[in-house]
Design a protein around this ligand. Sequence first.
Ligand code: F6P
Length: 411
Amino acid sequence: MRTEKIFAGKTLAILSGGGDTPAINSSIEAVRNRASMLGFKVFGVLRGWKGLLGDGDIVDLTNIPYNGIYGGTGLLSSRTNPFPSKKNPEDRSQQILRNIERYKIDVLVTIGGDDTNGAAKRMYETYGIPVIGFPKTIDNDLRTRTMHHYKGKQYETVLCPGFASGAMQIKKMAAKLHTTNESHQRIMVLEVMGRDAGWLTGTASFGGAQISLIPEVEMTKERKDFFFEFVKEKYMSSPTKSLIIAVSEGVRWWNEEKQMLDMVYASSDLDEYGHPRFGGVSGVIASEINKKLGVEARGQISGYIPRAGKCYEYDRRLTSTLADKVVDLLLREDYGKMPVMRDIVPYCELEEFHTDAIEMGNIGNFPLPELYYNANEFTFTEQYTDFLKNIIGEPYRMEFATQFPIVIPQE
Ligand code: F6P
């Protein structure tokens, strides 16, 4: 009988980089538990790639309790890019190599989106560092090559840990907003994170948002005119005389003053991956609606709410399932890969036999498929609804059901 665990004497390190999600601690816990069982000593690298710069900032995760339900990341995060960028032209990848050697790290698991895993891919391709990427993003725009089967057809779609929890928050937020909105018979413009993709914005439709604008479809001058007409009609025909319009923070919106398509920035400062920070387009759209249609409109930024709070059940099970695939990759010493779901499945079918692993070289951004959005009606299609139902259940909307009889004065 073999008494020693297969990876005894080896060390696996985990890092998390980029914007946090409610599912990162769950991913860390799931990978840590499985790696420990295989015999690895498990380290945590603090603040993403930053924790492997300089002297390193490493903690031991092997035998300590870990709360995987608590959202965010216990390993902390940063948007550090070890490779040269506009913001920081210095190539710091040698520092990473040095620390991987100093801390005797045999395998590195990088929990991240396109940026963090893009850097991991370069570390793997350039220096042969044994890395396994682990997907995460509430934006759901990291290519996972997941297939969505619907009515006998299949479409390439995306499923990233973090999206389900973020989606639950946006669905709830949109559903709640109706009460105040209906009371004032307003149009509420709900801004949702998503620089380049409208995956998360679509989830507001499950809380009853009637109209949506996404970054994939530019709001040119002509489309804006059409949009205002559409909003007017929809508002007038709405039984409550109120509307919720969900809008991605990164929507390309025609700027009358500048006479060009533009985005609304919260800060022009770029991070180390070249991204600016968006914020405020909801206010701009609300004020234009107000001016053009004479209807009271308000902007509401959902901001960090979808990133905040606990990890929801779907994400919890998804992260465990993908961590099972990490075990498979470790056992086969198959590095430079990222575990993914092969198919879109409901909660009860999140099982390892539905997983796959894609080459880190194939990692990149993946926008919302055209089939998921109807640009003429500014709504999400039945295909998208079916996709999302698998992940967060049925659409939900509270309603004030009472109808008041109208009182006519007695002459
Ligand atoms: O991680 C991506 C994201 O959620 C984007 O949708 C958003 O623009 C960005 O994070 C904001 O991140 P932060 O303000 O934390 O840098």
